[in-house]
Design a binder for this molecule. Structure first.
Ligand code: GTP
Ligand code: MG
Length: 720
């Protein structure tokens, strides 16, 4: 390499500006090829937390400590490996999961650096879907926050062995006792929280960590081994006892051994903890400060030694070709099942991120996309470090990697063997809780919008788009205002599509509470071909959920068959745009019972019009009313906010269906009109200082109270 070239690389490295090909197609630069690791030496670990707990910094520290990068970046300077999206640099916080394959000792840690901000929970769900364990970061000063609880419970729901890390231990005002109290208070469930380490110092005096398993201290940035300081002897003794007891619970033979020998060896402690973590009995606690590097080496060792390799957990069951869930071992010898958990588009093309569950995924091979039922070509496989891919010839069972330009394959697809097709279950994502109506600015924007939106949705499965038939608006929905504003910004920056956003109109519906009849005669018989049709029709209320029914009680041929069909067509026009405020009609049955034809002038169009008008007239006299969408809402807040939330719910016309206190959290369930929920995200955050979260799902349509009807009708008329 020439000096000039070296300088160029160094500059690019510092700025991390190199495009994909710079690393993947230039031999000899950094470790542009990476070793292939056997399944047993791989750990897939989702790093999760409330926002700002130090996950991205930890990954950066590990890359630096293992020599993958020569200078440690920082989130605030916008030059870390795993925060590289423009939005992440803007916010100085992760918005998508960055992946880093870290070669550590004789193995590889595939770390998923997830975003902690709740709008991006979809990224966390995807990481938990494909990782084998979770490490929950808890900030040394703030302790457990609402985001911590959510991801902690989410990991449990995924049955994941979980490790806690008290992070940013070097920060001023860090108090270990306070953090541990907040952990035992807020993360209280049937799992036993157990100290695996003891920190030496706290805040600016944080200097090292005592490993209770091996009874040794790891000091400073380098993690140099040292004797345990004398003053910790008693505390170590006591904590070690607790740890050994917890480990013994992991298996019967260890319990026996413990009773006989009154202690356990380091290997036995690890084995016991692994068993206990797998059964969700124990969650160990560790400590580190990634920025200064104290405790990080020990944490990485702990991850490698204690957390499970792919396939050691068992119980993974994909679907086979008949749709049955089948037992399946995660091993190179089982049929291929490689799952796409993330898709990202940049100017170099589409990158699909895969987790190989079983089998071996080879570079330059052909595989079967079971979701598309199509063969797809896999080109050069890469191991992921931030936005770079490092070539590998293959990915063994359990490994994580990526491939560029994978045809039509999308997130949630499984790449498999055509002769042994397997399908991995899709990532479970919550329903959207926040929406914008979007309006393209120019005609050119109209043309490009739907393609751009579908590309955005390919990358982000918590983003949804639909056209609302009732309000004629295009609705973009997602997990929060930040999430949606970011999507709108991306429309502009990535696809050049400009849109304006408004609060969506409520998709009201119209219905009747009574029964009524009306008739209408459509007559045009002055000059030229005439039109004549007379319809007598009754409307009745049916179950609100049923859209519209039509029947005929015409006897003796007063209206012939084809004109009855035309009458129904007319009614359907009126159903689309109801007579009260122009919203779709639901829960109405129309029965045509009489009418009149003209031997010459009766035409289909005449009966359509007569049908439409008689339907409208009948509806207006059958106690018409408006319906509004109601949503099931589940709000989770700190218990001390419960009173405020309940009285706020009352102002939102909510029907509260239940309250429950779980630990220090209150969970409130209610059915609430959508019109009262449109700003809830913002209001809830301000009522709870950002500590409250909620989910919502469509429940049903309910009657709009009388006193609100006129306002809605007038607004609709003004709009029209
Ligand atoms: N004092 C101190 N500050 C730290 C440490 N680790 C991270 N920070 C700072 O804490 C802030 C948040 O760190 P991040 O690494 O971005 O945290 P994160 O968990 O990735 O945050 P999200 O991506 O928002 O979920 C940054 O300003 C870091 O510089 C640490 O060990 N000590
Ligand atoms: Mg981050």
């Amino acid at each position: 390499m020439t000096d000039g070239f070296r300088k160029l690389i160094a500059e690019a490295e510092n700025k991390r500006l190199q495009p994909l090909w710079f690393v993947t197609h230039q031999e000899g630069i950094r470790n542009s090829c990476m070793k292939v690791y056997p399944t047993s030496n791989i750990r897939n670990i989702a790093l999760v937390s409330h926002t700002g707990a130090g996950k991205t910094t930890f990954v950066e520290r590990m890359l630096y400590a293992t020599g993958a990068i020569t200078r440690m970046g920082s989130v605030n300077s916008g030059n870390t490996v795993t925060d590289f999206e423009p939005e992440e640099l803007d916010r100085q916080s992760s918005v998508s999961t960055g992946i880093a394959a870290i070669e550590f000792r004789d193995g590889k840690l595939n770390l998923f650096d997830t975003p902690g901000y709740m709008d991006f929970i979809g990224e966390v769900n995807a990481a938990l879907h494909v990782a084998d364990s979770a490490v929950v970061f808890i900030e040394g000063v703030s302790g457990v926050e609402v985001g911590t609880e959510i991801v902690y419970q989410e990991a449990k729901r995924n049955n994941m062995p979980t490790l806690l890390v008290v992070s940013k231990m070097d920060r001023d005002n860090t108090r270990v006792t306070r953090v541990l109290n907040s952990i035992s208070e807020h993360l209280l469930d049937e799992r036993r929280l157990i100290r695996l380490q003891i920190p030496i110092g706290e805040g600016p005096t944080f200097k090292g960590v005592i490993d209770l398993v091996n009874e040794v201290a790891f000091m400073g940035e380098s993690g140099e081994r040292a004797e345990i300081p004398e003053r910790f002897a008693e505390e170590v003794e006591e904590a070690r006892m607790e740890l050994i007891e917890a480990a013994a619970e992991g298996s019967d033979d260890l319990m026996e051994k413990y009773f006989e020998e009154d202690t356990l060896s380091a290997d036995d402690i690890i084995r016991g903890l692994q068993g206990a973590m797998e059964q969700n009995l124990v969650v160990p606690i560790t400590f580190c400060a990634a920025e200064s590097g104290v405790g990080t080496d020990l944490l990485a060792r702990t991850m490698q030694r204690l957390l499970p390799a792919p396939g050691t957990r068992g119980g993974f069951k994909p679907y086979d070709h008949t749709g049955e869930r089948v037992e399946y071992a995660i091993s190179n010898d089982t049929p291929l099942a490689a799952f796409v958990f993330k898709t990202r588009e940049d100017k170099y093309g589409k990158t699909s991120y895969v987790r190989v569950f079983g089998g071996v995924l080879e570079s330059d091979s052909r595989v079967w996309d079971v979701n598309l039922e199509q063969e797809v070509r896999v080109g050069q496989l890469g191991v992921v470090i931030g936005k770079d891919l490092h070539n590998v010839p293959k990915l063994n069972a359990g490994d994580i990697g990526a491939v560029v330009k994978l045809g039509d394959t999308a997130t949630n697809h499984t790449l498999t063997d055509r002769n042994h097709p397997l399908k991995v279950i899709a990532i479970r994502q919550p329903s959207p809780i926040f929406s914008y109506a979007i309006h393209p600015v120019t005609q050119a924007d109209v043309g490009k919008l739907s393609e751009a939106l579908s590309r955005l949705m390919e990358e982000d499965s918590t983003l949804t788009m639909r056209h609302d038939m009732a309000t004629h608006e295009t609705i973009l929905a997602g997990m929060g205002d930040v999430h949606l504003s970011m999507a709108v910004k991306k429309l502009q920056s990535k696809f050049g599509v400009n849109v304006e956003t408004t609060t969506p109109k409520i998709p009201y519906r119209e219905t009747i509470m009574g029964e009524s009849s009306a008739e209408h005669t459509h007559k045009k018989q002055s000059g030229g071909a005439g039109q004549y049709g007379r319809v007598m029709l009754r409307v009745e209320s049916i179950d609100d959920d049923d859209a519209f029914e039509f029947g005929s009680e015409v006897y003796g041929g007063a209206i012939s068959g084809p004109f009855i069909v035309a009458t129904e067509k007319g009614c359907l026009q009126a159903v689309e745009k109801g007579p009260i405020a122009g919203y779709p009609v639901t829960g109405v049955k129309a029965v045509v019972y009489d009418g009149k034809m003209h031997p010459v002038d009766s035409k289909e169009i005449a009966f359509q019009i007569a049908g439409r008008e008689s339907f409208r007239k009948a509806m207006l006299t059958a106690k018409p009313t408006l319906l509004e969408p109601l949503y099931h809402v589940t709000v989770t807040v700190p218990a001390e906010n419960m009173g405020d939330i309940m009285s706020d719910m009352n102002t939102r016309r909510a029907a509260v269906q239940g309250m429950e206190q779980i630990g220090t959290r209150a969970v409130i369930k209610a059915e609430v009109p959508l019109s009262e929920m449109q700003r809830y995200l913002v209001d809830l955050r301000s009522m709870t200082q950002g500590r409250g979260v909620y989910g919502m799902e469509f429940s049903r349509y309910g009657r709009v109270p009388n006193h609100m009807k006129d306002k809605i009708i007038n607004a609709a008329k003004a709009d029209a």
